[in-house]
Design a protein around this ligand. Sequence first.
Ligand SMILES: [Zn+2]
Length: 410
Amino acid sequence: MAQFQWSPDRLKRHLDEFARIGTDPGGGITRLSFSKEYEQAADHYANLLSDAGLEVHIDSVGNVVGYKQGKKDTHVLMTGSHLDTVVHGGIFDGTLGALAALEFAWALQDNSIQLEHSIMVVGLAAEEGGLFGGTFGSRAMMGQVNLDDPDLAANLQEAGISMEDIRRAEVDCENITAFLELHIEQGDYLCSRQIPIGIVSGIVGITRIEIEIVGESNHAGTTRMDTRRDAVAAFACLVQKANDIICSRPGLVGTFGVVDVFPNMANIIPGKVCTVLELRHQDRCVIEQVIGQIKAASAEFPKVNMHFKKLIDKPSCQCSVGITECIKGVCENLRIPHTVMASGAGHDANAFAAKVPVGMIFVPSMDGKSHCPDEATEWSDIVSGCQVYFETLLQLDCVLENPLFCADSL
Ligand SMILES: [Zn+2]
């Protein structure tokens, strides 16, 4: 196959342009959805897609959608990433995938290639948590936003959108054969192993458990150590035990990110601790087993009572086996080292997976840093990532019609 010609310089120039939209004086970039900085980025992205020969519109919730007709009306390849950032974020999270998709569109034009599939390039709104929780733009496109959520209604005015706007953003997925996203890893798995490409097998599920530890408040001066029912002391032991259990399971991460102590006074033995344990893993069974183990361990603290309540149980998402195999084949052809891995962070692909076969390609984040001004990726890794990403899109264009592939991937 002839080498697909594209321009790393043009991609670099576009990355530099977007790094200047929402720049913080103290370093980093802040481009929150529904802000004027986001709007500026979305308008700029829409103009660039239009220059690259796509029909473009910005939908009712702020997603930029560009479309280029293929040889067949009935098949659409969707690709892109998000345009919003966190507060004081980096310049690659989301933006790299959105601009690589733009570069693909430019390169199709430069090479005078008309694909079999129509191509739909998306620059997505509100992927980062914010007014509506994460992946809002992609969930709206999939009709996956819970319109009965009271928090949603309360925030609509601030975002400047209506319920009707959310409904109108839904797209017909029937003809979309795949969604492919290039993204930075945001962890140190690839960087620490010096592997340039991560092929994402799936996105981890998230379970949050509220744990209430009830002891007894009493005088901090007069109550002997052996008679105390100190909820914080029990909490400390629980964290130690839970971390040992979590560390024994490969791929599992757990975090006690919320801790409330009652009554939270220096001269009173804490009578109660409320904490939230978040667990993330690709396999829900592992999470369930570990919760069982931690509950069993709680019986070792007879001086307090522990109550467990599940708050959130977000299922993991599996990437399409067909697309994953396709990316693997491309890496082997290009002789680029690669590994298959789960994503610990949520992504728009997660929302799209509800209705469309999805695939993701990761490039390394230097020192695993992301969501901060120091977020960086070696330029050579970006070039490798783009090569794999573009070749995968071209291959998907050829193979997606194969019914065997479709049956496998779905
Ligand atoms: Zn992202």
